[in-house]
Structures are given as structure tokens and as C-alpha cells.
Design a protein. Structure first.
Length: 240
């Protein structure tokens, strides 16, 4: 942890990767404004919490501000794209939209690493923290693969398109089946949270939507299970 307002500012300015900042809801001032500005610059999520939450960290003199140092070294998306192309690989990215269950995120990362995903892309808000539990669930895969944290998934899709990478969204009501997609080409797969699925404006700018066919009309597959099935189909097409 990083404890105290000035310590959090110094951590960000020195290049430390922070997973999340917890700010007491009642504190204000120029130092707090500086924390917010730096957090926006470095894509660090801020949670506004009551003082009781901060007290639960069992640290003294927190000054209404505690940050968690990330166990993940976040990467720049364009750098990963360029590195992948330079290696002669066909880019494959996984975009997680509004997935908050860290066990699902960990399981997804495990499948992503096994099936050759070049990077997992997450938003800086609205996603579960990539903490020790997520790393444990991923069997350590989160520490072995690239993770890119971005401030806008909409802009990220635009960036992928500019690099010649198609973006496909998983949607259970889609008419096209996953095996009908051309997945041997450079592509990114968007997986949405189990409660609301993929954000509709994000869905609209994707190149196509697809579903995993099922024998029964049960509600849906767990998102981590669905991700594994989709990534296996990608690997199968590329192997053939």
C-alpha cells in the first residue's frame, strides 16, 4: 500500500503502477485535486469511500487516502500491437467490458494465456481489480501476459481499427455463430459482463456480433467459460 496524500502523488510521479486509489468522500483541497489529475493521467481508478473503509486497512495517518500498488505492469496498447506485428504474429486481443467478478477475470486470463492472446484490454473504471485473488485464480497467468488499461474502450476500438484489427463482440442474441467468423485474421474479441453484456454503443462500432450455439435455451454461459470456447475456436482456425 501507499499511505497518505503526498505519498500517493509521489508514487504516481515516480512511475509506480497503482491498481486503485481510495479517497475519503469528505476530503477536498488542492492536493486532492492533484491526486485526481494524476490519476486521470495515469489511468488509475479512484474509489470514493467512507473513512471506515480506510480505517479497515489498519494503517495510521492515512490522511483520507490509500493506494494499492499493482501487481500487474500495465502496457501501452500501441506498443503491444507493434511488438506483435514485428514478431510476425497475427494479433489477437481480448477486451473485457464491465466484468467485475475477479474470479471470472482470473479464469479468463488463464484461458487467454493458454490460447495465445497478445494482451487483455481493460477499462480504467467498471472492472474488477486485478489483485492477488485474481492472480491466484489465473494460476499466475496475469503476471505472465500483457495487460493494457485504457480510459475508453470506444477509443480503443478506433485504435484497433486504425491498425487493421477487426473487433468482434460476443452477444447471445446475435445470428452469426462464432465458427462463422474469420478469426485467422487480426482481431479482438469483446466480452461483456454477465449482468448487462457488452455496452450497446461499444457493440455498435464493432465489426460484427456473434454467439456460441447451445443445445438448450438456458440463459447463457458463464463469461469465463464462454471466453475459453471462443479462444479455442480462434486457435483452431489459426492452426488449420
Amino acid at each position: 500500500m501507499v499511505i497518505g496524500r503526498n505519498a500517493v502523488i509521489e508514487a504516481m510521479e515516480s512511475g509506480k503502477h497503482l491498481e486503485r486509489i481510495y479517497l475519503q468522500t469528505t476530503i477536498h483541497g488542492t492536493v486532492v485535486d492533484e491526486i485526481r489529475n494524476l490519476a486521470e493521467k495515469y489511468l488509475v481508478p479512484i474509489n470514493k469511500v467512507p473513512v471506515e473503509k480506510l480505517d479497515n486497512f489498519n494503517v495510521s495517518n492515512h490522511e483520507g487516502c490509500v493506494a494499492l500498488i499493482s501487481k500487474i505492469q500495465y502496457q501501452n496498447l500501441q506498443d503491444i500491437i507493434s511488438f506483435t506485428v514485428e514478431k510476425g504474429e497475427v494479433p489477437l486481443f481480448l477486451i473485457l467490458d464491465s466484468i467485475t467478478d475477479i474470479r471470472n477475470i482470473g479464469a479468463i486470463a488463464r484461458s487467454a494465456f493458454c490460447f495465445g492472446v497478445n494482451a487483455i484490454i481493460i477499462p480504467d473504471k467498471g472492472v474488477g481489480a486485478l489483485n492477488e485473488d485474481a492472480i491466484l485464480t489465473s494460476a499466475g497467468a496475469l503476471e505472465k501476459m500483457a495487460v493494457c488499461r485504457v480510459n475508453s474502450l470506444m477509443k480503443t476500438v478506433d485504435e484497433l481499427h486504425l491498425n487493421g484489427i477487426k473487433v468482434f463482440a460476443s452477444e447471445m442474441t446475435a445470428t452469426k455463430k462464432v465458427f462463422e467468423l474469420e478469426l485467422s485474421e487480426p482481431c479482438a474479441i469483446v466480452m461483456g459482463g454477465e449482468e448487462h453484456g457488452v455496452y450497446q454503443p461499444l457493440m455498435k462500432i464493432c465489426d460484427d456480433q456473434f454467439q456460441i450455439p447451445m443445445v438448450t435455451d438456458f440463459d447463457s454461459l458463464n463469461v469465463s467459460v464462454a471466453t475459453g470456447i471462443i479462444l479455442y475456436e480462434v486457435m483452431k482456425q489459426r492452426s488449420l
